[in-house]
Unconditional design. Structure first.
Length: 143
């Protein structure tokens, strides 16, 4: 709780030592304060639940590598790029909540992505104009 940008490096060093970590919740001091997670070179591979409340300058590059992640909650991230691009291939993601996460105007759900997703929450996307959901083609062979 009450994280500041300058806490990023020591926090990442501490997280790397927690090799069996299953849940992680980080909250910044205020809505516009950055949570700096870019220094995490070896994320906890057994992480199942991740809750990040604070501004992210970009989605941490290690999040898509979390094969065990089942629940992800992001709030106040203010990302410039569509986060779904990086999250759709998480193999065990069941619960995704995004609140005031993306400053763009279009979110795109790719065909075949989010294979196990059961719950999706989207809120406070002030500039969002379009949500695209690609359809997966099903080709049947005829004999």
């Amino acid at each position: 709780m009450k994280l500041r940008k300058q806490d990023g490096v020591p926090m990442c060093i501490s997280i790397e030592k927690l090799t069996n970590l299953r849940a992680l919740s980080l909250t910044s001091t205020e809505e516009n304060e950055v949570i700096d997670l870019q220094h995490l070179s070896s994320p906890p591979q057994f992480l199942e639940r991740l809750y990040l409340t604070g501004r992210l300058e970009e989605l941490p590059s290690w999040i898509p590598s979390l094969r065990s992640l089942a629940r992800l909650f992001l709030k106040w991230s203010q990302l410039r790029d569509d986060p779904l691009v990086h999250l759709q291939d998480l193999p065990n993601l069941v619960h995704l909540e995004l609140l005031q996460v993306f400053d763009g105007d279009t979110l795109c759900f790719k065909a075949g992505g989010f294979k196990k997703l059961k719950l999706l929450g989207l809120d406070m996307f002030d500039k969002l104009k379009c949500v695209q959901i690609e359809k997966e083609l099903c080709l049947h062979s005829r004999r």
